[in-house]
Design a protein around this ligand. Structure first.
Ligand SMILES: NC(=O)c1ccc[n+]([C@@H]2O[C@H](COP(=O)([O-])OP(=O)(O)OC[C@H]3O[C@@H](n4cnc5c(N)ncnc54)[C@H](OP(=O)(O)O)[C@@H]3O)[C@@H](O)[C@H]2O)c1
Length: 384
């Protein structure tokens, strides 16, 4: 079988390292063509020695000398956006797994789709900020496709496979509810960074862990699902499921549900996106153990305590640049919280104020999106 050439964007992060673990289990099936990250040159060098890609890229030019010094002769290194674009569009690249946190994944994902590549997408920001542009790119791409890596979207993608869209009533995204699920509003207002980082079921990067505590993660995922599956906001709903075993489900028009479940481990969704449409037993992923009994709880979220889902509804309904503004305001607010400048609940009011101040424009091109993103960041940073 011809090996599939893979480029990993954000190789050093939580998703990136899990992707490396999956690829290590499939040495005959995949060949790593390129690795891209920004600051963590130690992990980048470790993976480069393991996979021996054609090119290893740090997007931070100041880190290039230390990356170069960490690698033996014969392993090429580079920096800069152009090197990333060259890698994702190269003839030997069949698939791009994008796990860059923030806005850095946008341009390479669009370039990869334009070049007809398969994109395994973990970075929520890409569809949240530029969902309409991504849809246009997919509609005109010569064979490019998008396979979700976010566990909820992977679950929905699997449940929807081969199904007639007319049968569909609702897509239900599950959420663990995060560490503050059962806290009062007063307790949440006084939460520390350590409290917000103590996720009950998933091990993830710090930004996405804080987003899980505020339910902004679910807000971003609703917008992501809206653009990925082209489903209107009223057909997207959220259910709190503390055990994180059911990763999402679809409700059909006769009232029956189809769900996807597994242990909460991102390697399931990563491996499925890499091997799709096949499944692989080579990954040795953890099995569910029913011997001691398993509980499955489901309940509707408390929208008064967690206003994030209302922000998502508004962003989806008004569309254009508003989802990018919601995302930018959240990133600024989370940074402020991490630096100890604001309390946890202030994250929500910063997002609300920034969205209210924004004049929505259509998603004409990436520059419109970046301009709205910049403007929202300046506005949100000024808020105390
Ligand atoms: N973690 C999860 O379980 C999970 C689940 C679903 C979706 N996601 C989504 O997947 C994305 C990644 O999440 P994560 O938890 O893996 O984040 P993370 O652990 O913080 O890792 C982020 C990665 O992005 C890289 N990066 C950041 N800015 C970059 C830039 N300008 N150029 C190149 N690389 C850059 C980082 O490189 P350095 O560290 O080297 O600077 C790192 O490799 C996010 O969009 C998140 O919402 C994550």
């Amino acid at each position: 079988m011809k090996q599939t050439g893979v480029v990993i964007l954000g190789a050093t992060g939580s998703i990136g390292r899990n992707t490396a673990r999956v690829l290590e289990c499939h040495p005959d099936r995949f060949r790593v063509v390129g690795l891209v990250a920004r600051c963590n040159t130690e992990e980048l060098a470790r993976q480069a020695m393991l996979f021996r890609p054609r090119l290893t890229v740090t997007t931070d030019p100041e880190r290039l000398p230390e990356l170069r010094a960490a690698l033996p002769p014969g392993l090429e290194t580079a920096t800069g956006a152009e090197s990333v674009l060259e890698l994702v569009t190269a003839p030997e690249t069949d698939m791009v797994l994008c796990a860059i946190v923030g806005t850095g994944g946008l341009a390479p994902v669009l370039a990869a789709l334009r070049a007809g590549k398969r994109v395994a997408l973990a970075s929520k920001e890409v569809l949240v900020m530029a969902g309409e542009i991504v849809q246009r790119e997919l509609d005109t791409s010569p064979g490019g496709s998008l396979i979700p890596v976010d566990s909820e979207h992977s679950a929905l993608f699997q449940c929807l496979a081969g199904r007639n869209p007319d049968e569909l009533r609702t897509l239900w995204l599950t959420a663990s509810g995060g560490p503050f699920r059962d806290w009062s509003s007063e307790q949440i207002a006084a939460a520390t960074l350590e409290d917000a980082l103590a996720h009950p079921t998933w091990a993830m990067g710090p930004k996405v862990t804080i987003d899980s505590a505020s339910l902004m993660n679910k807000a971003l995922e609703l917008v992501e699902a809206h653009y990925l599956f082209r489903v209107p906001p009223e057909r997207l709903k959220v259910l709190i499921h503390p055990q994180s075993l059911v990763h999402s489900m679809i409700e059909l028009n006769d009232g029956s549900f189809i769900a996807q479940m597994s242990k909460p481990d991102m390697r399931f969704a990563i491996q499925y996106a890499l091997t799709y449409p096949e499944r692989s037993a080579a990954g040795k992923l953890p099995e569910l153990d029913f011997s001691a009994g398993l509980d499955f709880d489901f309940r509707l979220p408390d929208r008064r305590k967690f206003p994030s889902l209302d922000f998502a509804d508004e962003a989806m309904r008004r569309g254009g640049t508003l989802p990018a503004v919601m995302n930018a305001a959240n990133e600024v607010a989370v940074e402020k919280f991490r630096r100890g400048e604001i309390g946890f609940s202030r994250i929500w009011s910063i997002i609300e104020q920034t969205m209210a101040a924004h004049e929505v424009e259509p998603q004409r091109d990436l520059e419109t999106i970046h301009a709205a993103d910049r403007e929202a960041r300046v506005f949100a940073r000024e808020l105390r």
